[in-house]
Design a protein around this ligand. Structure first.
Ligand SMILES: *Cc1c(COP(=O)(O)O)cnc(C)c1O
Length: 458
């Protein structure tokens, strides 16, 4: 896809449509001459260089990458109209695209019925799921693993419900015995399981949690903000295939959140929440004196906590799904490449004498640390920090991220490491670009070199 060509086509298409409504002049108050704009634009260009190269395969750090060109063209083309998916009055075309895109997400998770919509982010999507959970269990709290996204605790606070963090096992997954203890207290109304924790990419045992939750009459919400699209690899052939049980169990959970702006190739501003029981729409009942005029059909704002939302986000996701659908043969191939990259790097790290694997990756997030002498938390922490900082310098930069592991988490995985501090930073690489598959050898070699240098300096 030639991005510049299609962006031009998009702008032209909207202009052609606009022209059918008759001519008018832009108000002088909005006039900006080209010379003046050029100065401002030059400054923008310069300032944007203060960024990390998220697009490049040598960027193996955080969960960041640019959107697919299809998403860019969909977003910018629709944005020239700037529809608001709050109400059908704000943009009927993008509202129906949103429904279609959300239906595809529901099908991906195996939901036979659903009520759902896009949101501005995973945080807001999770907030909506927890809001509905609170309405259904007003006197009970919410349990989530200690490795769950930090916003679950924060949103429990916002909603005025008690959060119950549950211990994780030595792979970063929710510990079932600890969960059962929490459920036995009768104080938990909803369990949040995470399929792909933000730090380690650990997948909670959804099927087993669901079983426990059903016994205790408790709801289950799945935070698949990061990992949701990996369901496309559940039970797949080949090394990239994932154990299917937790993913298949999502279809029987009460709600699920996925962030198309993470693994769905979208620009920021695109989360999604889906409920299995459409009846929960009743909790959103409200009156809007300003909107909901042109149609008695359901307006998306009637089932969303947010008011204005970009119709352009729906257009971007819809257009992307037309060409890269959320199926094993479509988007699944993109995720498979990142998963293979993670497995390949894991192998290289395992064979390396200068790096050690922190734990086996379940998805595409690889965690590791430089070997140090002595093997002690304080030395690992210092060496990780040095590799991160030195990696970003020319002429051959590589961009990583760090993750703080506390003493218990670290020593449960590496009992021989001397616990001379209350934790250590380790290195973390999210391999969410399929191109990583063909660059891990190079990235690994560079990180090994940095680790050896860090050891010599330490
Ligand atoms: C990213 C993430 C969130 C938060 O989503 P935002 O879109 O950043 O608000 C929640 N849960 C998990 C597991 C995540 O990875």
């Amino acid at each position: 896809m030639d991005l510049q060509h299609w962006l031009g086509r998009g702008a032209q298409a909207i202009q052609d449509w606009a022209d059918t409504f008759g001519p008018y002049d832009t108000h002088p108050s909005l006039h900006v001459d080209d010379d003046r704009f050029a100065v401002a634009f030059e400054e923008l260009k310069g300032r944007l260089k203060d960024n990390y190269p998220f697009f490049h395969p040598h960027y193996a750090g955080q969960m960041l990458k640019p959107p697919h060109p299809a998403a860019v063209v969909g977003h910018l083309t629709a944005m020239l109209i700037n529809p608001n998916n709050h109400a059908l009055d704000g943009g009927p075309a993008t509202a129906s695209m949103e429904r279609e895109a959300v239906a595809r997400l529901a099908a991906m998770f195996g939901y036979e019925t659903h009520l759902g919509h896009l949101t501005t982010s995973g945080t807001i999507a999770n907030l909506e799921a927890l809001f509905v959970a609170r309405e259904l269990h007003p006197d009970r709290g919410v349990a989530y693993s200690a490795d769950a996204h930090y916003t679950h605790g924060r949103m429990c606070h916002v909603l005025g419900v008690t959060g119950h963090p549950v211990r994780t096992d030595d792979r970063g997954r929710m510990d079932l015995d600890a969960l059962e203890d929490a459920l036995r207290t009768g104080r938990v109304g909803t369990v949040v399981v995470t399929t792909g924790t933000t730090g380690l990419g650990a997948v909670d045992p959804v099927h087993e949690v669901l079983h426990l939750a059903q016994r205790h009459g408790v709801r289950v919400h799945v935070d698949a903000a990061y990992g949701g699209f990996f369901t496309l690899l559940a039970g797949a052939d080949g090394p990239e295939g994932l154990p299917p049980e937790p993913w298949r169990a999502i279809a029987r959970c009460d709600s699920v959140v996925v962030d198309p702006h993470k693994h769905g190739l979208q620009p920021y501003g695109c989360g999604a929440v889906l409920f299995r029981d459409p009846e929960v729409g009743r909790f959103y009942l409200h009156d809007s004196p300003y909107t909901y005029f042109t149609s008695t059909a359901l307006h998306l704002g009637e089932i969303s906590l947010e008011c204005s939302r970009a119709g352009a986000s729906a257009a971007a996701l819809w257009l992307t799904f037309q060409v890269l659908p959320p199926t094993p043969g479509g988007l699944g191939q993109v995720l498979a490449a990142g998963r293979r990259a993670a497995l390949k790097w894991t192998e290289l790290i395992t064979e390396s004498s200068s790096l050690e694997l922190y734990q086996q990756p379940e998805l595409d997030i690889v965690t590791y640390f430089p070997t140090t002498d002595p093997a002690a938390l304080s030395a690992v922490d210092a060496a990780s920090a040095r590799v991160l900082a030195n990696g970003m310098t020319a002429p051959d930069p590589v961009f990583l991220s760090t993750l703080r592991a506390d003493r218990e988490a670290f020593t449960s995985r590496h009992p021989r490491t001397v616990a001379d501090a209350d934790g250590a930073r380790i290195l973390r690489s999210v391999l969410m670009k399929p191109e990583s598959e063909h660059h891990v050898d190079r990235v690994h070699a560079r990180v090994e070199q940095l680790a050896r240098a860090a050891r010599a300096d330490g």
